[in-house]
Design a protein around this ligand. Sequence first.
Ligand code: IMP
Ligand code: MG
Length: 186
Amino acid sequence: MQPYWEVLEEILIDEESLQRRIAELGAEISRDYADSDALMLVCILRGAVPFLVDLMRHITVPHTIDFLAVSSYGRGVRQSRGDVRLTFDLQSSIRDRDVLLVEDIIDSGHTIASVLELLNARQPRSLRVCALLDKSERREVVVPIHYRGFEIPNKFVFGYGLDLDEYYRNLPFIGVVNLEKYQPPE
Ligand code: IMP
Ligand code: MG
């Protein structure tokens, strides 16, 4: 795999800006859930992992964490259709819990819409969405985003959890991909 700097067109959100905004989100969530004794953060694997880890350290309300993974059918063409399949389920019950879904990016909205539908059926006490990035120009279905880190333009981005063919999730910033320079693995 190429080093990231060969693929990086520009840094869209630098590390300091990310961390500052995540601290704000954590403070806001801490205020809103101050009276909750049942907060659970649900992280959507794998892209939201760095975000969850940084966000939870700014949440002062006692809470648990859990993970789920989904995949869309017919990927590769860069579009999800709403056919979202659960590939890894939560290990705990969300019944009567205040569930906060933690997601890296909302693009068409199909992924989060499917997850919301799925989790709603399990009767949580409440269910909200916290998304680091919102690419609202590409939205195809209406989804509620209660906590939003950044609105971003319609560009393909990577880093801080977001991958290019599973690589570069470790970068501490969000970068724009230079699609002319990127060479996908065989
Ligand atoms: P949606 O179902 O179209 O909202 O897709 C959301 C998912 O697509 C995210 O969880 C990401 O995995 C992926 N995705 C969307 N846009 C980007 C991007 O710019 N870079 C990396 N992954 C992205
Ligand atoms: Mg994702």
